[in-house]
Every structure is written in C-alpha cells, then in structure tokens.
Design a protein around this ligand. Sequence first.
Ligand code: FAD
Length: 423
Amino acid sequence: MAKYIVIGGGLAGISAAVFLTKNKHNVLLLEASPKLGGRAYSFQDKITKDVIDNGQHILVGAYKTTFELLKIIGSQNLPEYQTKLRATYIDKFGKEYLLEAPHKFYPFNLLQAILKFGLLNFNERVGLVKFIVKLLYLNEKTIVEKTVLEFLKKNKQSENSIKVFWKLLVVSTLNTPIKEASLKMFIKVLKEIFLNGNKASTIVLPRFGLSELFCNPANEYLKKNGATVSLSEKVLSIETNGEEIIKVKTNKREITDFDFIVSSVPYYSLKKILPSLTSRNLPVDSMETSPIITIHLWLNENIFADKFYGLIDSKIHWVYKNRNHISIVVSSAEKMIEFDSKKIFHICIEELEKFFPKIKNTEVLHYKVLKEKRATFKSTPQSDEVRSKIKSPYKNFILAGDWTNTQLPATIESAILSGKKVV
Ligand SMILES: Cc1cc2nc3c(=O)[nH]c(=O)nc-3n(C[C@H](O)[C@H](O)[C@H](O)COP(=O)(O)OP(=O)(O)OC[C@H]3O[C@@H](n4cnc5c(N)ncnc54)[C@H](O)[C@@H]3O)c2cc1C
C-alpha cells in the first residue's frame, strides 16, 4: 500500500484517486477550489434555483473507462442511455433530418442509418458509407494529409457533405475548426465511435448535474474507503532534488510524507507549481486552448420534441432539452468568446428563430451565458506531436489530465482514462 498525493480534483484527479483507492492505496486528493469537478461541475442557478452545468457535457457509449468509473462510484444508472444511435439534425428552414439506427444489429444498423440520412443526397450518402468502410482497412502510416479537411477533400467528400455533416461532427468531437483539426485524432474518434459495436455509437445524456453524476458520488466513495479529500487546498509549489519530488507546499501545509505524486492539473497550471519543468521536459508551449460557450435558456413553453438537435451550418451547434431549461452549445467559440453575455444571447436567439420559428411565440424567462475560455486544448497535428513527447522527468511523479498522451481528444473519457492509467 503506497502513499499517493493527487493534485487537482477534476475528473482526471477524481479518477486517479478512485482507482488508486480501489487498489488499496493510501490517497490524499488536494483540490484548490472549494468543489470537485474542475471543468465539469454543476451549480444552482440563483434565479431559477435549477441545477445547471458549467457547460453541457455529452458522453458517448464508447467512453468505456468513464462507465467503469461510474460503476465503481455507484452512479452508472444516473445518465440516460440510448439503445441505438439517434440524432436529430435541423436546417435553417426548420427542416429536420434524423440520423437513426433502425435496429440494434451492428454494423448494418449504422450503415442503414447513413443510407437513410436525408440531409445528404444519395451519392453523398454512398460516399459516406464508402468512407467509413475505408476506415476499417486504413493503414494510418500511409496517410500524408495532416488535417481533417485535407483528408475529406482527398477522399471525395463533397463540399455540401463537408459543410452540413462533417464540420459539425469535427467541431463537436475535437472542439477545433475542421481546417486545423488533427486527422489522426479524428480517425481515432471515428474508429472508437463507429467501428466498435452498437453501444459505442450511442449518445448518453445526463439526467442530473455533473456534480451529482461524478463529483458527489466520487467524494462519498473516497471518504467511505479511507481516502482523504481536501478542498480549498491549493498546491503552491512542488520541490525536487533533481531526481524526484521531495516536498509539496500548499496554502495550508508542507507535505513530505508520500511515495508518489500524481499531477492532474492542466499543463498551464503545472508549469506554475513546478517551474523546473522546462519546455524540454514538458514541451507544451505550442499547445493552444479552445473555448466553449454554453447558453442556458428558460422559456415559458417547451417547443422541442427531441432531446437534442444538431444545427446545420449555424453559429450555434447543439441545442439540448433539459428538465426545465434548454442549453445551447457553441464549440470552438473563438469568434464569440470576447462578446459580452447580452450580445451572445442575441446571436443565439437570432439563430434559434431561424431554426425553430416557433420560438418567436415564446417568452424568455431567464438566460445565463457561461464562457469557458480554456475549455479544452485544440486538437491539431501540432498538439498530437507534443502529447506524444510528454513524459514525467521525475521517478515518483506521475502525470494525468485530459491533455496527457491518452490518444484521445480533450474529453471526459481522456481525463478519466489518464487517471486510471496512474494505477
Ligand atoms: C464547457 C465545456 C464543455 C465540455 N463538453 C464536453 C463533452 O460534451 N464531452 C466530453 O467528453 N468532454 C467535454 N468537455 C471536456 C471535459 O470537461 C474535460 O476534458 C475534463 O473535464 C478535463 O478534466 P481534467 O481533470 O483533465 O482537468 P480539469 O477539469 O481542468 O481539472 C484540473 C483540476 O485541478 C485543479 N487545480 C489546478 N491547479 C491546482 C493547484 N495548484 N492545486 C490544486 N488543485 C489545482 C483545478 O481547480 C481543477 O479542479 C467540456 C469542457 C468544457 C469546459
């Protein structure tokens, strides 16, 4: 039984702490803020008293380690699981297109879903099926293209299918514009989702807030199983003797009694507490972050029949229907992030009125705009290269976090997988 200090109580730190505790290690989890969750948490809206997330989060059936963690902490039954893929797309004229697997017999159900997908013309649908089948046999070493856009063009995906289908899929999965998005990472995502059985391609929607799903049950699990969770305890610095970590200084104490330190803080926070990490041993200087904006909207009437909609060729990307409010997501929101909340709200309403004309007859009771400037890192060919070089330079120091080399984009699954890898 070794003594671990886990720094950072986001999903990566929670995951590391839970898997270590399950493996009978002694764990102290230090989190700077007064709550767990990091970039994935919920809180009570002051006006409506509803619990809302800092940003709408979606899981997919392919998130194996996430579901493993949820099972350990006892909250696997809280989300709503699709039995087969179903997603509604909508265009600027309010016309809906369903991407729906007609039955559970994989892979025919997914191929049929694409062949019936009215958003694309017949040739585009066949082109899409051919493209996905090609992925099965693809030797990635032979690919010369670096970005998703280059590859789609080379593989004869039409301008229209790029505009109405691929753009939204890329920006939602990688939080990166299609022109810059890493092809390697996108192929990995497509393979995980579409070539991994029926469940992998399904969408898993939260029915409760993120803190109720992850943070609170994990906190209870940890405490019940002998781990210590210390909130509002910020690590100020980490000292080394050149070979290993010898001391952790926090705003409350100095700690020297440990076997291993796990860092689960983002790379930009890590550099502050461990300045001896130079760009040689942590070459993350070229990694860029990418924002996400979520607009929570309370209307006096529910006009949405489906649980969520993908908006085709719009400034806003997804609309999710929650219990009492809707949540609108703008991924890769560089163009909007500096606007004030009022302006973002107006852009959002303008777009919604085009796609859902019925919204003109409703009254907005309340809205809340949440801007996460550093929601994720940008998934580009450069970030792939940087991540492949990330390695801890100290023997008792382990790195976790969505940005480490999990071979996944910055997602819940990447964070949780990085935490599990600590064990
Ligand atoms: C708006 C938004 C929407 C998203 N949507 C999705 C989605 O739909 N699906 C999906 O899979 N992913 C989504 N993501 C990405 C996902 O939330 C992140 O990838 C994941 O939460 C990252 O977890 P992490 O533990 O690696 O990092 P973080 O969550 O950043 O955790 C790091 C923790 O370390 C703490 N910390 C920092 N410095 C110190 C210090 N010195 N001492 C102690 N503690 C410290 C921080 O307070 C924080 O709690 C979204 C992210 C955002 C912001």
